[in-house]
Write a protein that binds this ligand. Structure first.
Ligand code: TYD
Length: 352
């Protein structure tokens, strides 16, 4: 089965493509618009792989997507393409509405038109898998149970509202047109190739450059952390064995406060790359003003996926974080390339 992966040069998309091609000889068509967070360097190890086809373009370009679906006889679409950074969505939400909502709508329509014309067997096997977020369930109190698939959507940020809207469109295309969709709502991901605007890679970058490690408010907000390769293995499983029309939550059962995350990170860095002055990276932690509408806690109940598809996360938070730190220490050039002009503008806007 040839798959079309959208947002394939982004963080989770590129990890997914690399993992997929590591385990399969089938073709992958990678589509990415290469906006600020998409980076072709993430896929550079595939440059000699004849099963990989990269196309620069938008999920909203119906002509292009329709042409690709037909040309490569695509059997499944995995939609990672999205604007994903909450802080950016607070500064300016237009791109989130356009990519996450209108883009998904256009992708669904391209898929529906292609799928309608397929022969019976191919039509039955086709899948549209939509990758979404735990943030659509909104903020939990510390004593609430983790979010499960039947919990109501209560998004609070422009980002999470745009993802919630896209999830509703995907659901409607199944209910109305019977397009064979699957939706995956995952916890906060971390791992190789994550753009250093998110908490973990930003903290690694700043730690190594002797800069403050900015923690919003008191750092007591809780996120549920999932190593990106565990997310990729869950998506594979859901794509192959998931029930059409269903939603699956993916999480690692690793709830941590932001302060715990950064302190653990500092301890790993102290061990792997001790500072020349003998001090700890923890000294660089700096409490800064809070994010507007900052959600207190996200937590994911992944028991449906574990029960029905026998999936388990392989990494603990400590093993996953250690792998992540090692990857960043080993990929200084990658980091140097992504923190060019636009990134500096963002850091100035957000942290000055
Ligand atoms: P982030 O990585 O942006 O993911 P999300 O907002 O999707 O959960 O942020 C993770 C948590 O870390 C969130 O509670 C905000 C906090 N945070 C900081 O304290 N400082 C920072 O510089 C950033 C980027 C995030």
């Amino acid at each position: 089965m040839t798959i079309l992966v959208t947002g394939a040069a982004g963080f989770i998309g590129s990890n997914f493509v690399l993992d997929w091609l590591n385990q399969s000889k089938e073709d992958v068509v990678s589509l990415d618009l290469l906006t600020y967070a998409g980076n072709l360097e993430n896929l550079s190890s595939l440059s000699q792989n004849s099963n990989h086809h990269f196309i620069q373009g938008s999920i909203g370009d119906r002509n292009l997507v329709s042409e690709l679906l037909k040309k490569y006889q695509v059997g499944a679409i995995v939609n990672f393409a999205a604007e994903s950074h909450v802080d950016r969505s607070i500064h300016e939400s237009k791109d989130f509405i356009e990519t996450n909502i209108v883009g998904t709508y256009n992708l669904l329509e391209s898929a529906r038109s292609y799928w309608n014309d397929l022969d019976k067997n191919l039509k039955q096997d086709f899948r549209f898998l939509h990758v979404s977020s735990d943030e659509v369930y909104g903020s939990l109190n510390l004593t609430d149970p983790p979010s499960n698939e039947s919990d109501p959507y209560k998004p609070n940020s422009p980002y999470s509202a745009s993802k919630a809207a896209s999830d509703h469109l995907v659901r409607a295309w199944f209910q109305t047109y019977k397009l064979p969709v699957l939706t995956v709502n995952s916890a906060n991901n971390y791992g190789p190739f994550q753009f250093p605007e998110k908490l973990i890679p930003l903290s690694i970058l700043n730690a190594l450059n002797d800069k403050p490690l900015p923690i919003y408010a008191d750092g007591q907000q809780v996120r549920d952390w999932l190593y990106v390769k565990d997310h990729c293995s869950a998506i594979r499983e859901i794509l192959i064995n998931g029930q059409i029309g269903e939603t699956y939550n993916v999480g690692g059962r690793h709830e941590k406060t932001n302060l715990e995350v950064v302190e653990t990170l500092c301890a790993i860095l102290d061990e792997l790359k001790p500072k020349s002055n003998g001090k700890s990276y923890v000294d660089q932690i700096t409490f800064v003003k809070d994010r507007l509408g900052h959600d207190k806690r996200y937590a994911i109940d992944a028991s449906k996926l574990e029960r029905e598809l026998d999936w388990r996360a392989q990494e603990t938070f400590e093993t996953g974080l250690r792998k992540t730190v090692l990857w960043y220490l080993d990929h200084e050039a990658w980091m140097d390339h992504v923190v060019s002009g636009e990134y500096q503008e963002w850091v100035k806007k957000q942290y000055s």
